[in-house]
Structures are given as C-alpha cells and as structure tokens.
Design a protein around this ligand. Structure first.
Ligand code: LLP
Length: 441
C-alpha cells in the first residue's frame, strides 16, 4: 500500500545512505553496475503477489487456477519464477509461447490467447500440448478443429465470450463491451453458436468459457457482473444443449497503484467479491461450482518493477515549469503516450530529502515524450538517478527501438543480490536484421 506521499511498495525502502533500496540492493549501485535506463524487478514482491492470488482465492473457492498473463512481462527468468510459484501462464503469440517453452515452463500449464491466431501458432500449441486454447471466433474454432483432427488429436478449449460489460477504465483497455474485436458475443448469438458447434467437433473439447472485460480496473462490481452474466449463460447452454461446462475463466484486469493517489482494491478483496458472486450465481442457477480461472498480469508484476534513469539537463522555464530530461522515455515506457498513464518518481540518490521541486519528467526521444506530467522531487540535478515506480507491467513488454534506442537491461533483485535477467541491447543488436541489398553497395 502507498506509504503516505512516498509510494514505497514491496521491499523498497530508504537505506542509511539515503538511497532507495530494493531487494536489499542500493539502486544507485545497480545503476552504476548495470547502467541506465534499467528495469529492476523485486523478486520477493513478485512472488508475494503470486501467493496473494493463490492463497486468497484458494481460501474462498474449492477449485482455482491462477494463470499469469505473460503479456504484462515475459522473460525466461520471469517464466521460471511464475512456474516455481505454481501458477499457470497465459501467452498470446508464438513469441510469448516460445519464451515460455525455452524456459521449460510446463506446457500443460500454458493457455494460448489471441483474436487472430496464425496457423503456425495453433500448430505450435497443438504440437507442444498446451493446457487450453482460448478460441476467439467461429472461424478459428473450425480451423482448430480441422487442424487437431488432421493430427488425430483432441484439444481442450475455452470459448472467449463477450459478456457486454463496459468497465470503468481507459477506453483503450476496455474489452468486455459489445463494441469489441475480441471474442464471441452473447448478444449476437455467436457465443451460443460456438458452444453448439464445439459439441459436434471431434478435434476439440470445450472445457469452459472465458471472458476478459478490461484492465487497470479498481471497481470490483464489474467482476461480479461478469460472473453473473457468465454463469447465467452457462446455465442457458446447459438448458439448450445439455452441456455442463466445468471451468470459468474470468481473465485479468485488477488495477494497481501508479501514484500515491491510487487506491486499488487488495487481491483478497477481489477474491471475496468474485467468490461471493460465483457462489450466489451457481446457487441461483443450480449449477455445479466450476473451476475458477483468473489471468492477472499487471497486479502480479506491475508494482514489482521500477525503472532507473540517469537525469540529464534540467531546464527551468521561468513562470512555466521545470523540465527534467532522463536517458529513456517513450521507447522503454510508452504508457503515458498511449493511455495518459500517470507515474510517480523519486530522486534515488537523495531519497530522504524533502520533495519540494515540482517538475515535468521528459524522455530523450525526438518528440514530446512526457513520462510524468508533474511530480515533486528533491531538488534534482544532472547526474542524479531517478526511480520511476510501478513499471513492471506493460513497460518492457511494450518497449520499442524508436530512435534506435537499444532496449534497457533488466535485473532481478532479492536479499542483496542482483542478477541480470535481460541483457541491454547493443548498437550491433540494432542493425542485426538490417540488409543492404547488392545494388546499393
Ligand atoms: N487475459 C487477457 C485475455 C488479456 O487480454 C489481458 C490483458 C490479461 C488477461 C491481463 O490483464 P491485466 O491483469 O494485466 O489487466 N497495455 C495495456 C494493457 C493491455 C491489457 C491487455 N490484456 C496497458 O499498458 O495498460
């Protein structure tokens, strides 16, 4: 939980040197050793979030399956951590699946998503024996059935269903409403058609239904509404087609604190609301309690990540504001530009000093890449180390090479030990795929 104005989460603390310390590592030392920008991942905090999901849902419901949404942050080391914590893994591309398999993530605990899975991706899923494929359209259902039958296989699937719920969050990350590219809509009859078709198919076995209504949500009622709509639909499917589905996957979506003003519900509160809604809905429809699956991404890794930058020129424009440039920006964190995302920061090498200087933090790309519109910092100077908090989710995973910036390194910190888990890209990495055709030589 945010600590007053200063938002210290997980193992973050201010050490005797007055520096920010994460996982027992002084981040000023980390910046010196690994360079900046640097993504720092707090291992204990990440594991704690995995356990909070596992334990709070297990305490409320008999059969639960927590599946980390890899899109939030996927690297081979993160796959290992998540596997060790006993979670399943959700992937949404061949690249994410390849990362997981290369990290020896057990395939029988991997679920594949995507609104347009390529044949190569479905083939990879079938060949590696994944746990579930989440079918997103009727055409994919037919294609998958054919491919599975061609291999003499039968694959376990969920159907992604659109419940028709518009949660309160940024419109770019709302996905439960009728106007969405994802899934099979209940309202159009496509979802029911999917259930009917799947029953006739020899290549697939429909295990249950999936929905994912949005991301960075604070309001738990949307989850409860999703449960009620999904269970009602499952009961309708039983009545119409005589099929009782054993699993309900509610997707991800729980929000996290990006600034001290954010007060997201705790994971245990989500568990309480979902369990209560599920118990009521199954009782109302006299439906057997399904296995409840969840796919949290942001709320597992978001607050476990911190980005360290080196401060560059500090420009005061009298009567306007002060700009603080850092040695990263849009390429390592596109979220402010994409979603108006808010962040908070701390001068890591003077973490205990009063934060009296309101500034705007800007990146160093060739455009107005504001990272933080306004934050109060300790009087900040060129060469300081700036820590930006809650960057664990959708930062590295959405990073780019814009302006041919090499992507930053990532370190995993725990008990005073820092291990490099993603190498910094080199300038040569940036030209590795470039080709000069013969005629230009
Ligand atoms: N399951 C499915 C099918 C999803 O599409 C997503 C996220 C999740 C689970 C995990 O949701 P989470 O627990 O992380 O909210 N790039 C955006 C977020 C996009 C979310 C996409 N789907 C951002 O930076 O805010």
């Amino acid at each position: 939980m945010p600590d007053g104005e200063l938002m210290l989460l997980g193992t973050q603390r201010i050490n005797d040197a007055g520096h920010l310390d994460i996982g027992g590592c002084d981040v000023v030392d980390l910046a010196a050793e690994f360079g900046t920008p640097l993504y720092v991942v707090d291992e204990a905090h990440l594991r704690e979030c995995c356990r909070a999901y596992r334990d709070s849902f297990a305490a409320r419901l008999p059969k639960v399956n927590i599946c980390f949404a890899g899109k939030a942050l996927i690297t081979m080391a993160v796959c290992r951590l998540v596997a060790q914590e006993g979670l399943h893994l959700e992937v949404s591309s061949a690249g994410e699946l390849h990362t997981a398999l290369r990290a020896a993530f057990p395939p029988e605990r991997i679920v594949l998503h995507g609104n347009f899975k390529l044949d190569e991706e479905l083939a990879m899923a079938l060949d590696s024996g994944l746990s579930r494929i989440v079918v997103d359209s009727l055409s994919e259902l037919r294609r998958l059935d054919e491919m599975a039958q061609g291999r003499g296989a039968n694959v376990a699937i969920y159907l992604r269903v659109v419940p028709g719920i518009k949660p309160q969050t940024h419109s770019y990350i709302q996905t439960g409403q009728v106007d969405t590219k994802f899934g099979l809509h209940i309202s159009t009859g496509a979802a029911a058609e999917g259930v009917r078709l799947a029953q006739e198919m020899a290549g697939v076995t429909l295990r249950g239904l999936h929905c994912h209504i949005g991301s960075q949500m604070f309001e738990l009622d949307s989850f409860a509404r999703a449960v009620r709509i999904m269970v009602e639909f499952m009961a309708q499917m039983r009545d119409e087609f005589g099929v009782t589905l054993e699993e309900l996957n509610l997707g991800g979506g729980l929000g996290i604190a990006y600034t001290p003003e954010d007060a997201p519900p705790a994971i245990a509160e989500l568990a309480g609301v979902v369990a209560e809604a599920l118990e009521q809905a199954v009782a109302e429809h006299d439906y057997p309690m399904p296995v409840l699956a969840l796919e949290p991404g942001r709320s597992i890794v978001g607050t476990a990540g911190t980005t360290l930058y080196t401060v560059g020129p500090v420009k005061e424009i009298p009567g306007v504001r002060t700009y603080v440039a850092v040695d990263g920006g849009l390429s390592d964190n596109p979220r402010p530009a994409l979603y108006d995302a808010q962040y908070t920061a701390l001068v890591a090498n003077r973490a205990g000093e009063p934060r009296t200087m309101p500034v705007r933090v800007a990146g160093r790309h060739c455009e107005t890449d504001t990272l933080i519109e306004e934050v109060a910092l300790a009087p900040v100077r060129e060469g300081d180390i700036l820590a930006v908090f809650s960057t664990g989710a959708y930062n590295y995973s959405m990073a780019s090479n814009y302006n041919r910036f090499p992507r930053p390194a990532m370190v995993l910190v725990q008990d005073g030990q820092a291990d490099l888990i993603v190498r910094r890209e080199s300038l040569d990495d940036l030209v590795r795929q470039d080709i000069i055709p013969e005629r230009l030589r």
